[in-house]
Design a protein around this ligand. Structure first.
Ligand code: PLP
Length: 499
């Protein structure tokens, strides 16, 4: 036994492993590959480690500490039931390489999730493999690329993206090697069909768009847009980050799309932020299905260890057609199971989720837009000179320019001041087509009381002494940071290694 394991769960280490597991594992490593000295990990006892993470959590803001109206991110409450389900031994103690007949429960969840997502998106086949919306975009655009190649149309090298798109759309297409064609929005913030007609051609591979758009506005002419792109021989890609607005009401299949991604961590709850952990399944129409990554879960009769009958199994694809894997197995299993648990609680009532999300967004918008004072009545919510939309979907934007021009308080100042009131700031300066943009998405899991209080506090900030707002936040553990400095000279230091 090497000195390496003298530290096991003792003297200044905050971790412990069952002894036999460690010893057996250690003995199987050839001596030439074993470490001769310890890694320079921080040395901390269990209480020190617990304090460290608790200290970090107190410096942080989360959906469990306050209202989190971060537009485009769908920060909804994460029901604790999801955690109970994902920790069941039949789910968290299994290995994907176990034979199919031993993991029927998990495979049935995968299968049901695939089917539910197919129904809700109007697509023919879903893969759960991508672990983020952005990775789903990349996976689907690669499938579209292989589809064009299989038809001898390598010349299609352009992807069209509206100027209101999330940055991941052009980034994913560029990673596939495509040139990006950005088209401007019309003055009401919606898709400009004339600009689209001018942009398509026999070099169009696809158009990527989200509907409702990042302005929270449903594109009424989406079917015409799909026709224009299809007539030019291109494919339609639906960015599904805004599914919270339409689930059970309409679907991208009906709107004319060929491929979509879901952000399970947004629409179906899953603690997320700071880059993970997520799940970004994609769905495609049948003409693209051959190109999907494998495996997917499928129904079939099974036979093994005395278990026979109807069941579930992995289904692999023709290796000459699939784009290959983007992750192992079904991607982020935990996120898929949590999302499944969330949707199962709604069941056939799933469309209530979208109804309440849209209702909450419109309610909050009207509370903010029609205050007793006139401060915000003059703030147009639409970009450029378009008239404000009557209703929005699950999120909305505010153009804070009038405030900036009258009292010199910017959208960012207001966002920072909201932190002092115990709220997460809304999304800031996105989408870029709205000047001084603040973007709110309350989600369906907030009560009317929370929205009322938030609206009251928000309006109060607009009438506060501008100096207080401009120097906010005042009450947070970390005050206003120099973002450029933080990005250019990032310090990642463990506090216990300070000496
Ligand atoms: C969040 C989001 C994405 C990217 O999803 P990730 O899961 O963060 O990779 C893409 N498009 C829109 C509109 C989004 O809001």
């Amino acid at each position: 036994m090497s000195d390496l394991f003298q530290f096991n769960g003792a003297k200044g280490t905050g971790w412990s492993q069952p002894d036999p597991m460690i010893k057996n594992a250690y003995d199987t490593i050839p001596s030439s590959l074993r470490r001769s000295n310890l890694p320079r990990w921080p040395r901390a006892s269990e209480p020190e480690l617990v304090r460290h993470y608790t200290w970090l959590s107190q410096r942080n803001f989360g959906i469990d500490t306050g209202f989190y109206p971060l537009g485009s991110c769908t920060m909804k409450h994460n029901p604790r039931l999801n955690e109970r389900i994902v920790q069941l031994p039949g789910i968290d103690r299994i290995h994907p390489l176990q034979p199919d007949h031993q993991i029927q429960g998990l495979l049935s969840i995968y299968y049901e999730m695939q089917e539910m997502l197919e129904v809700c998106s109007g697509m023919d086949q879903v893969t759960l493999q991508p672990v983020a919306g952005a990775q789903g975009e990349f996976t689907a655009i690669r499938c579209i690329q292989e589809y064009h190649r299989s038809r001898g149309q390598e010349n299609r090298n352009k992807v069209i993206v509206p100027d209101s798109a999330h940055g991941t759309n052009p980034a994913s297409a560029a990673m596939c090697g495509y040139d990006i064609v950005e088209i401007p929005s019309a003055s009401n913030g919606c898709l400009d069909l004339d600009a689209l007609r001018a942009a398509v051609g026999d070099d169009t591979a696809a158009m990527m768009i989200t509907n409702p758009s990042t302005l929270g506005i449903f594109e009424p002419e989406i079917a015409e847009a799909a026709e224009i792109v299809h007539n030019a021989g291109g494919q339609m890609y639906y960015d599904g980050a805004n599914f919270n607005a339409i689930l059970g009401k309409t679907d991208p299949g009906r709107m004319g799309f060929d491929a979509v991604h879901y952000n399970l961590h947004k629409t179906f709850s899953q603690p997320h932020g700071g880059g993970g952990p997520g799940s970004g399944p994609i769905g495609v129409k049948s003409h693209l299905a051959d190109f999907l990554p494998a495996p997917i879960a499928d129904r079939e009769s099974i036979d093994g260890d005395g278990v026979t009958g109807d069941g579930y199994r992995y289904f692999w694809r023709d290796p000459s057609r699939t784009i290959g894997k983007v992750q192992q197995w079904h991607g982020n299993a935990g996120a898929v199971v949590r999302a499944w648990a969330f949707y199962r609680r709604y069941g056939y009532e799933l469309e209530r989720m979208s109804e309440h999300a849209v209702l909450n967004a419109n309610y909050l918008r009207h509370r903010i837009m029609n205050p007793d004072s006139d401060t915000l009545n003059s703030i147009p919510v639409m970009p450029k000179d378009g008239a404000p939309a009557e209703i929005v979907k699950h999120e909305f934007t505010l153009n804070m320019t009038p405030l900036k021009e009258t009292i010199g308080v910017t959208g960012k100042d207001v966002a920072k001041r909201l932190l002092d009131y115990g709220y997460m700031a809304p999304t800031l300066y996105f989408p870029q087509i709205v000047p001084e943009c603040l973007m709110f998405e309350p989600t369906e899991t907030e009560s009317k009381d929370v929205l009322d209080k938030f609206a009251e506090d928000f309006l109060k900030i607009l009438t506060e002494d501008p100096e207080i707002v401009k120097t906010a936040p005042h009450d947070t553990k970390v005050r206003r940071v120099d973002e450029v400095l933080a990005a250019r000279s990032l310090v990642l230091r463990h506090p216990l290694n300070d000496e």
